[in-house]
Structures are given as C-alpha cells and as structure tokens.
Write a protein that binds this ligand. Structure first.
Ligand code: NIG
Ligand code: FE
Length: 407
C-alpha cells in the first residue's frame, strides 16, 4: 500500500551514500522533503505539520538509506532446479549438468511452456522476498526463452511486475545466455538470430535497457560475444557481461572495449581485466550467492579492484540454478564474509554502485537533492548491521518515487 502525497520524513538519521567519506556517516536526525518523486531538500528544520498536501512521517530516529538496487537478477522463469541441486550435492558439477542438457536448458523448456501471466505469477513471491530486504529497483534479465517470442515474453513479464508491486524494473536482454537445443551443433547460427532478429526487435520495442552475454566455455566465445556487443551498440543499447565466472576468457576486457556498464561474476578476472575496467569506468559486479551455491573457491580480485578504484556492485543474481536467494542483505553479508568487502563497500554495492551498473548513477542510489525519492527506512542503529544479520526483519518501510510503502 502506498500513500500518494508529498512526503516529509522527520527525525531521519541519514546514510546518504554520496561519494566521499561522508556518504557512510550517519547524520543527526534531519528532515527530508520529497516532492514529485524526487528528493527536494534535506535540512535541520522541524517540518511544519500544517503545510498543504503534505504528509509527515516520523522516522523516530531510524536509519534512512537509499532504496536498495539489485542490479543483476534472472527473476523471471518457470520451474525449479531442486533436483539438480541434489545432483550437485552428490558431486556432479554445474558444467557437467549443463553438458548433459540440464542446467539453463531445463529452465528454458519450462519457461517456453509458461504464459506471460504465469511468469508474472511465478515471479511475484520471489520479488516480495527482495522487497522485504529494502529493494526499490531491480534489474531482470531474459535468457530462458531463447526464441524471439519467448525472449519478448520474458521481458514483458519483467516490466509487468511494475503493475503489481511498487518497484522499478530495468530489463536486460540475455538472449545469448546459452545455445538453445534446436541450434545445439550450430551456435553461430543462433548468434545470427540474436543479432539479426532478436536485438533489432527488442530495440524497436524498447523492451530492454541493456544487452548481456554469458561469455564462458559453456556459454559463448569471445568472438560470438563481440558480435552481440557490436550489434547492441549499433542499436543504441548498453552492454554488460557474465564474464570470468568459471574460467578466464578475457570477457571483461571486451566489456571494457565496448564501454560496458558492468562486468559480472569475475572470480577469474585477471590483472589486465581489472585495469581495463578501471580505464573504461565500468562497474565490477560481485555475485557471492552463485559463488557460495556452486561451492566455488576462486575469489574475485577484490584488493586489485579496490586499489584501482573500480566501483563494485553487489547483487543477488537470483536464478534457479546458481543463486536461489531473494535477499540482498544476505548478499551483503556474503560479500563481507566470503569476499572480504567492508560493510561500507557492501552498502555501496547495493546503492550508488548498483545504480551505476544500471547506467542510473546520476539519478538513483544516493540521498541527494534532485535524485529519485527511493529510500529504505531501517530499524537499526548503525549501517554495518545491514551486512551483519541474516533473516532478522529490520525494514520499517520502503519509499518509491516519494510514496511510502508498508509492504
Ligand atoms: O548468472 N552464468 C550464467 N547464468 C546464470 C545461471 C543461470 C542458470 O543456471 O539458470 C548465473 O549464474
Ligand atoms: Fe547471472
């Protein structure tokens, strides 16, 4: 339920996540005025309760952060892969399962059989999990359709979620997720389809904000990835990549070459890859849920990314095969415990740096005048608590476009 008036938040202790040291400092209780979906002002003054058309919400000294942004998910799909999880626990690897025709392809079969409405219905409970952890924006990829119609269906279902919940959805075309069974022995012809039909149609219908590729031995080669990136750019779409997840193919350098928004996973990222990302000002997106669930051991080069000032985003990668975790604060905890991020870096990873990974760094992800009024109010004392606990409900309310949502 959302309330649609100009909103004033009183007694709000802010963690603005603006650039610079102060971004992570908790302020004294302040007043934030939200107008027309934007942050209008932040001040010391006591709000005037009688101002017209204005609702005052007393935050009672709770912490207010930017609304969380989950910048990498595969939220829309049908079926589940619990049996594959059982196989993996008994020792069969993710790659082996994929090579035997399971993995992504098994979700493709179920997703092709589902209607757009069924996909929306399947996704809502997962989305609700994310919203309970303070999410106000979510990126959702296609990639389980792998035909023109099924990819369009997935992207439409993703966008339709905005009609069911107060959340902002960015969509990414991931038609180059894996080679579909009907092109099994001819992946280049499938890439033809992606470049000649799927990208042009998706661009014309404005159904995606970016284009992604799974650049990996069980995904697509560097040459195939480059064809997709080139085509995406021709159609005015930004690119990003699933790169260096299971091996190093140099996908991050390719993302950098095309000034991609982000290079994601990157456990096997090389030193040259780090430098390329630093130069192109792309975001490094860390996905500790998949690392944990696949019991990976190769750690992403956090110290190098840190020293080269590459912004690091942190996301759930929610998907049925490698990261079935609809909890962004759990990823903050894993980012700290598994990857060695500081709680401040973890919070930047789900706010300002996540916004940048979606190309929205100048309008979302910080509490700053003129930015979109997407906020989360937390019943905690210090922002490190967000990375510290898992499973303890601490969210008081979300605010999306200046509207208070008690969901
Ligand atoms: O981000 N790496 C490729 N894609 C997904 C996994 C998708 C799946 O297994 O269904 C990921 O981990
Ligand atoms: Fe992913």
């Amino acid at each position: 339920m959302c309330n649609q008036q100009n909103l004033v938040l009183a007694n709000a202790r802010l963690v603005s996540m603006e650039n610079g040291e102060n971004g992570y400092t908790v302020t004294q209780p302040l007043t934030i005025t939200l107008q027309d979906g934007k942050i209008h002002s932040v001040s010391n003054s006591v709000p005037s309760a009688d101002a017209q058309n204005t609702n005052v919400f007393d935050c009672k000294n709770k912490l207010v952060t930017p609304g969380f942004i989950d910048s990498h998910t595969h939220l829309v799909f049908a079926g589940n892969r619990a049996q594959e999880f059982e196989q993996r626990i008994k020792g069969v690897s993710y790659e082996q399962i994929a090579k035997q025709g399971g993995g992504i392809v098994s979700t493709v079969k179920a997703t092709r059989d589902a209607s757009e409405d069924q996909l929306v219905e399947n996704t809502l409970p997962i989305l609700d999990g994310l919203l309970r952890t303070g999410v106000t924006s979510v990126e959702i990829k296609s990639g389980y359709g792998l035909t023109l119609d099924d990819e369009l269906k997935m992207l439409r279902a993703a966008k339709a979620l905005e009609n069911h919940r107060r959340v902002k959805v960015s969509t990414t075309l991931l038609a180059a997720h894996t080679t579909p069974p009907e092109y099994k022995n001819d992946p280049d012809s499938y890439i033809d389809l992606v470049c000649k039909e799927i990208i042009p149609t998706v661009a014309e219908l404005s159904l995606a904000d970016a284009v992604d590729v799974f650049c990996e031995s069980i995904g697509f080669s560097i040459e195939q990835t480059e064809r997709v990136f080139e085509t995406a750019k021709q159609f005015g779409l930004n690119v990003k990549g699933h790169v260096e997840q299971l091996s190093n193919l140099g996908g991050a350098e390719l993302v950098a070459k095309y000034h991609g928004l982000s290079a994601d996973h990157i456990e096997y990222l090389s030193h040259q890859g780090v430098q390329a990302l630093a130069k192109s000002n792309s975001v490094a997106t860390l996905l500790p849920g998949a690392f944990y669930f696949l019991k990976e051991t190769q750690l992403p080069p956090i110290e190098q990314l840190r020293s080269q000032n590459v912004p690091m985003a942190l996301a759930t990668d929610f998907n049925p095969g490698t990261s079935p975790f609809a909890d962004l604060t759990m990823m903050m905890n894993m980012g700290c415990t598994l990857f060695g991020l500081t709680p401040e870096e973890a919070l930047r990873g789900v706010t300002c740096h996540a916004a940048k990974a979606l190309g929205l760094g100048s309008s979302r992800g910080q509490i700053k005048q003129g930015y979109e009024a997407d906020l989360a109010i937390w019943n905690i004392d210090h922002p490190a608590e967000l990375s510290y606990q898992i499973g303890v409900p601490r969210l008081t309310a979300r605010i999306v476009d200046g509207e208070l949502c008690h969901d």
